[in-house]
Design a protein around this ligand. Structure first.
Ligand code: IVH
Length: 714
């Protein structure tokens, strides 16, 4: 996912100089951008920008709202925390919302925080108020419910009022007691704190992931979030997660009257608490502690991104209360991003496994915050243009807690005369296919990312494409998963889909037989060849889906093939089509024909046409057609008990993924919808089903469990 780009010109105007109209436009654009970042960070565990850049967006957004309060509304982002919980998990409603913290960056803001607290409490400036100070751990917050001392439910923060049910996963974290021991344990208490991964554990995990050719994580925070938000608790169990307790939500009683006392009580009950937490009596003491922690930051075993100050007395906290999304009694003092200046020697374009072209700055090595940096991300083409980054420029680079450093800006005075604006390549550096920026299927906005169109021929994308090709809803070849595909590719046995079907014949003639290779034997090789042979006929819609054309998922493949019938007809239609442009504002007849298919819009049509216009893609399809005979589309079983019904799946499914559930229902002639209405025929509800289940019950729609679903459809 990519974040929409802001109108760049406006951002350089000080908020004080913005006109109301410009402020409105920028507020809306910033809101959309922040929401996209929130979704990437909280739901995908894959942030698009550094924390420092995100904070800068938020600060500007809030500054605009402060000057133009009329822009604030119920659903303004400044009233929100995090992102709505993912559909993958059951939902947990927090008894007491899980809020966020306001940020301070400069010493003066900390002094102002202390003064504000005193003013609010009607105290004189010289009166003393005690605060606590502790590291801000860079992980993800989690709320743990204990009833009679026993852990019952664990939830992520989610959007602050509803989080994701991660109980089974949390039970695998050694730092988190299943049973609280010691004095003063309330009947009910939500203990809150941070799940994190230690730096050394993160490095070791990434090394293991890399060796197993699995996803590597950008930083410990993402690794922790990705590990906790797993559907399979055994994966979480294998990841070295840790936990610090530092806060609480609902509590039937409180074991102490101060913040420090509460945290000491947590330690007494068996929780890990942060050893660097102190009590301080003034802003000066808080700032001194901040400096001390900042000096230790690089050598701490875990990542931190600042220091948190809290009013110590709980009665004062209650009086101070909350403002929008954060408590008035606490603030996060963030560390500044660490920066350095160096020379950008080259811009290299990397091709990701989905074909995204990412520019990377090659830098003259420089030390930033104790780490030698020799490359930095430039995000995308627009970012290079916006910052006007040129090869040979002297640039400011920054590390902001994350592992991937960023190029912040160019020092123009140092630009060599010969430095020319950077021309972003329009051809994929890995395979030479043309690379395009397409419009977003929903918003119509042009994507910031340029992508290679040569999916089936591009070495950077090949393994991913082959994996898709053999996957369950495509060719569904048993015994040929991601691991095997990668091995076959590395061994030089499969470099294109058609190679799968010539594997047996080539193997028979080969000196190094598959059955003698690592991980293979006579039986497994024979089974694989049998599975491949069984797929020499495959429904034509699966065939088209398997090609991995952008935006052509199962549904669109069906739509296309219901119309064209054969791969040859689809190809001919695509080849004849002219995408609308200056010369042909409405395209041509073949374009209109494709667009007239119910459910096919111009983004999908364009992707299909682009695909077939790449000659090497046509070669791949032709080679495949020489091996495989596409059969008419799969017919819906006439006796299907759910044919014609609209089905909604909700809650967490345990025996099938959502994709599988959807595909299964559609194969049986049902329609799958995302929300419950009077038209819904059946709701399949897993654990943690929330509002959809309630609505179904209110409307009297039939609700069944996942097991009952399997019984029903056999
Ligand atoms: S106190 C009512 N203490 O920072 C606020 N938060 O920006 C309770 N965090 O969501 C939070 N270390 O994930 C608190 N020592 C600490 C923290 C901490 C990290 C995170 C937490 C929270 C976010 C707020």
């Amino acid at each position: 996912m990519t974040a929409p780009q802001m109108p760049a010109a406006l951002r350089h105007v000080p908020v004080a100089d913005l006109s109301a109209a410009d402020a409105g436009a920028e507020h809306a654009a910033l809101g959309a951008e922040i929401a996209a970042h929130d979704a990437a960070y909280y739901r995908e565990d894959a942030p698009l920008v550094s924390d420092a850049e995100y904070d800068a967006l938020r600060q500007r957004y809030e500054a605009i709202e402060a000057r133009f309060p009329e822009l604030k509304s119920e659903d303004s982002l400044s009233q929100k925390v995090g992102a709505a919980p993912s559909e993958k998990f059951g939902k947990v409603v927090h008894g007491v919302p899980m809020l966020s913290l306001a940020n301070a960056f400069a010493d003066a803001e900390v002094e102002e925080f202390v003064a504000r607290v005193k003013r609010f409490l009607n105290l004189a400036a010289e009166d003393e108020v005690a605060f606590t100070s502790e590291p801000k751990i860079d992980g993800l917050s989690c709320s743990l419910r204990y009833v009679d001392g026993r852990l019952t439910v664990a939830a992520t923060r989610g959007d602050g009022s509803q989080g994701e049910d991660v109980t089974a996963n949390v039970r695998t974290i050694a730092d988190i007691p299943h049973q609280l021991a010691g004095r003063g344990v309330p009947d009910i208490i939500d203990v809150r704190g941070e799940v994190y991964m230690a730096k050394a554990d993160f490095e070791a995990l990434n090394a293991r992931q890399e060796a197993a050719q699995e996803k590597v994580f950008a930083n410990p925070r993402n690794a922790a979030a990705g590990s906790l938000r797993q559907l399979d608790p055994s994966i979480t169990a294998a990841r070295p997660l840790k936990f610090f307790a530092y806060a609480w939500g609902e509590a039937s009683s409180h074991p102490a009257e101060t913040q420090l006392g509460m945290v000491e009580a947590f330690a007494g009950w068996g929780f890990a608490t942060n050893p660097l937490m102190i009590r301080a009596a003034s802003a000066a003491e808080l700032l001194a502690h901040y400096r001390k922690i900042e000096a230790q930051r690089a050598t701490l075993p875990y990542d931190i991104d600042g220091v948190v100050y809290k009013v110590d007395r709980l009665d004062l906290q209650r009086r101070l209360g909350f403002v929008s999304r954060s408590p008035r009694w606490a603030i996060a003092h963030k560390f500044p991003a660490e920066q350095a200046t160096t020379v950008l020697e080259d811009i290299e374009i990397q091709v990701g496994r989905t074909g995204a072209l990412t520019p990377v700055a090659r830098l003259l090595p420089v030390t930033v915050g104790g780490v030698v940096v020799s490359s930095a991300t430039l995000h995308n083409e627009d970012e290079i243009a916006r910052k006007d980054v040129r090869i040979g420029d002297t640039v400011v680079v920054q590390r902001a807690g994350d592992v991937i450093p960023q190029v912040v800006r160019v020092i123009l005075e140092k630009r060599p005369d010969a430095a020319a604006p950077y021309d972003f390549p329009h051809l994929c550096p890995a395979c030479g296919s043309h690379a395009v920026r397409e419009a977003d299927i929903k918003t119509g906005k042009v994507d910031a990312v340029r992508r290679c169109t040569g999916g089936l021929i591009c070495p950077a994308q090949m393994v991913e494409r082959l994996r898709h090709f053999v996957s369950r809803n495509a060719f569904d070849i048993e015994g040929l998963g991601e691991k095997q595909v990668r091995a076959f590719y590395d061994w030089g046995l499969i470099a294109s889909p058609a190679d799968i079907f010539t594997l047996e014949e080539r193997n028979a003639r080969s000196l190094q037989r598959l059955e003698n290779r690592d991980g293979w034997g006579k039986t497994s090789a024979a089974n694989l060849f049998a599975a491949i042979a069984g797929r020499r006929t495959v429904a034509v819609d699966r065939f088209v889906f398997a090609l991995g054309i952008r935006h052509v998922g199962e549904t669109n493949a069906k739509r296309l093939m219901r119309h064209y019938g054969t791969v040859e007809a689809l190809e001919a239609g695509a080849m004849a089509a002219v995408i609308p442009g200056e010369d042909h504002p409405k395209g041509n007849e073949a374009w209109q024909e494709m667009l007239a298919i119910d459910g096919i819009g111009d983004v999908v049509a364009e992707a299909v046409i682009e695909f077939f216009h790449e000659p090497r893609n046509r070669e791949v399809v032709a080679a495949l057609l020489a091996q495989v005979r596409p059969a008419p589309m799969e017919q819906v079983a006439a006796e299907s008990p759910v044919a014609g019904q609209t089905i909604v799946f909700t809650g967490s499914l345990e025996k099938m993924t959502r994709d599988e559930a959807k595909a299964m229902a559609e194969r049986l002639g049902a329609k799958v919808a995302g929300s419950v209405s009077a038209k819904t025929g059946l709701v399949v509800a897993g654990p943690g089903a929330g509002s959809k289940l309630e609505k179904a019950q209110a409307l009297g729609v039939k609700v069944i469990t996942e097991d009952e679903w399997f019984e029903l459809v056999g």
